[in-house]
Design a protein around this ligand. Structure first.
Ligand code: TRP
Length: 365
């Protein structure tokens, strides 16, 4: 059994989509089922989601359960992994409050993911303070559980780096207390950031370019058949480009040689299919139909499990409640260690109390 502790999380701003699935979710289930880790934490980061949704708490409220259903449907097993809700673990706020003192405003403003998100949300001149500082609260999420392995997509690398810096500053100032985490990216490079159906850089709810894990088969098929491809590949006979072509990027992420023998036996593997597309004579419809078969096969069992779970909502909330209770236990231990290291655990600090007795009695003498 590895001593590593795994932690990751998602903001509950919508149902989870294929990008979440290949970027992180699938990996978590593999890590969980490897049996190598006895501590795996999965956080529904509702407080982080509120940092840019303060005016729409209802959206977050609705999506906590959607994300929980997606997790369980994908195979996250509450017996093996602790699923918890960030806002219910108030220790995380306390940790954040002390970590805030270890990070400068300039450092926060340099975070490339934050910069991109600020632009995307048109926050330029009115950034909510909670939004700018969420990487610090994410450091609390990670360090509270002494997590060492953080399976994430590449957009989260700046957050893990920020966490490592906070850990080092804290340990330098107050003594070895916190543990430095490492980000673990998906092995398959195309999985790191699956583009949207429209070819835009990222699958994102606000761009309306996602396939959701909960989508019905007809919806998935319609979305795939309408995908963006090579815009210059007009006739079947035209030579096509596979680079930056989302249909081929999805195939890179999802297909294996068995899919060919099952659904497209004229080709041995993806290289052969790509060669034919490049040469010309292979139509988009055929490639999309193949992709559709693969995605349908992958998502059917997830959708079925989700439907089943939807009939047991109180049990799902109970799983979140119990996970949160466990998270509180672990996080309060870390918080105690942090306060002790800083020397602000006044009432348990016998040395402090004795030294004050000495000081005041000596002064009187
Ligand atoms: N910031 C992550 C995202 O937007 C969510 C998240 C919150 C997270 N806390 C975390 C991820 C801790 C990894 C570890 O997807």
């Amino acid at each position: 059994m590895s001593k590593d502790i795994v932690l990751t999380g998602d903001r509950p701003t919508g149902k989870l989509h294929l990008g979440h699935y290949v970027g992180s979710l699938k990996r978590r289930v593999e890590l969980q089922n490897s049996g190598k880790y006895d501590q795996i934490y999965i956080e529904i980061a509702d407080a982080q989601a509120l940092s840019d949704n303060a005016h729409d708490v209802e959206k977050i409220r609705q999506n906590v359960i959607e994300v929980a259903l997606d997790y369980l449907a994908c195979g996250i097993d509450p017996k093996k992994s602790t699923i918890f809700v960030q806002s219910q673990v108030s220790e995380l706020c306390e940790l954040t409050f002390y970590y805030l003192n270890l990070v400068t405003l300039a450092r926060l403003q340099r975070n490339p993911t934050i910069k991109e998100e600020i632009k995307h949300r048109k926050f330029e001149n009115s950034i909510p303070t909670g939004f700018l500082t969420y990487p610090i609260s994410q450091a609390a999420d990670i360090t509270a559980f002494n997590a060492t392995i953080i399976p994430v997509g590449d957009d989260q690398l700046p957050m893990i780096e920020q966490t490592r810096e906070i850990v080092r500053s804290f340990n330098n100032l107050y003594g070895e207390t916190l543990v430095e985490p490492t980000a673990v990216l998906p092995e398959n490079e195309t999985c790191m950031r699956l583009p949207g159906l429209d070819g835009k850089a990222k699958m994102s709810k606000s761009l309306n370019n996602c396939i959701y894990l909960a989508d019905e088969p007809e919806v998935i098929e319609k979305k795939i058949m309408g995908m963006f491809t090579d815009p210059n590949h007009l006739k079947v006979s035209d030579p096509g480009v596979v680079e930056n072509n989302p249909v081929f990027i999805y195939l890179d992420a999802f297909c294996n040689d068995e899919h060919f023998s099952k659904y497209l036996p004229e080709y041995k593997n993806l290289d052969e299919l790509k060669d034919h597309y490049r040469k010309g004579g292979l139509g988009d419809v055929k490639v999309k139909r193949f992709l559709n078969s693969i995605i349908q096969e992958e998502l059917a069992p997830i959708r079925e499990r989700r439907k089943e779970l939807e009939q047991h909502i109180p049990e799902v909330y109970k799983i979140l409640y119990e996970g949160s209770q466990k998270a509180i236990e672990v996080a309060s231990q870390t918080l105690n260690n942090v306060k002790e290291a800083m020397g602000i655990n006044y009432f348990n600090d016998k040395d402090l109390i004795d030294s004050q007795i000495d000081r005041f009695t000596n002064e009187k003498k």
